[in-house]
Structure formats: C-alpha cells, structure tokens
Write a protein that binds this ligand. Sequence first.
Ligand SMILES: [Zn+2]
Length: 187
Amino acid sequence: MRMLDQILKHNSEFVEEKKYEAFTTSKYPNKKMVILSCMDTRLIELLPKALNIGNGDAKLVKNAGALVVHPFGSIMRSILVAVYQLQAQEVLVIGHHDCGMSGMKADVMIESMKERGINEEVLEMLNYSGVDVNGWLEGFSSVSESVSHSVEMIKKHPLLPNDVAVHGLVIDPATGKLDLVVNGYDQ
Ligand SMILES: [Zn+2]
C-alpha cells in the first residue's frame, strides 16, 4: 500500500473509533506561548515532552532550521497571529544541535537541483531577476548565533508589542536537554 493510502486507511479508523476524543482542546494555547522550532524528525515528540508541552499548550511554528529569514515572511506573520489573535505572550525560538541547516551549502543543493532536472537557465533567470538563490539556500555555521539572530529579528520587529518576551534556546535532539541562549526576561 502506498503512503497516502495507508494514511487514509488509518484515518478512517481513527475517526470511526473516536480516537480524537483524547485530543479535544481549543485553538488558544493553554500556556500562552508560541514556539518556533525546526522541522527535524527527531523533535516531533521529543521537543514537546522535553518542555512539558501537551496538546493545546502552545502554538508551534516549524521550518528548516527554526529561522526567521524575512521580517515580513510567513514565519513572522505566524508569530504575530499567535500574539495578537491567539493570546500568546511569550515566544521561544528553539534551534537544535546537528541541524540539517547547520553548514548547509547552497552550491551543493543547487547541484542536486540540476541533477533532478532543473535547468541552469532557470537558475540564471532567477538570479537575473534579483532572487539571491545562493543566499536564500545557505545554512548557518553556528546554531546559537542563528538562534540569537532569529530572536533579535522577532524582538526588534516593528509590529511586535514590547511586553512579549522572546527567548532563545538550543535543544539536544538526542537527550532533549535545553541550553539557554537568550533569556527574554532580561531584555
Ligand atoms: Zn534542524
């Protein structure tokens, strides 16, 4: 059975057997926080458990590297929605050790794109029209620096209210241990 078929089969049983009842909650985070973290597979269950966050406790925003790349991109918009519409009062940016974005080289990914059939001309055309493809795909060298940078982007955002604390942390994807990078209460 292909993956989507497996999912749909499981899903009909899940709904039929009312397994959803264990997850009933509201859209407002009980712990009034929004977390920006990485899409890493090791963090799916480990991160909430390591922070004592259950279903309904927090808004969780994820991308590759827990990065705020653009001040008016979708990540920052999600954080503002969590703050203004969903009662989040604190923001936690949580990067992790051994992240796929750590040391990621744009030229390696661009090589893979070419191997998968993306034409050189497409890349040239993008660069020509002002899209910095290389800069956009480049990872970071230090996770704590990257977390600090994202915290700063959020904290200094012109649309974020002053009373929102923005913390920065790094989690160990094996043990769940957190290291504090920025204590938002000190800012
Ligand atoms: Zn990662």
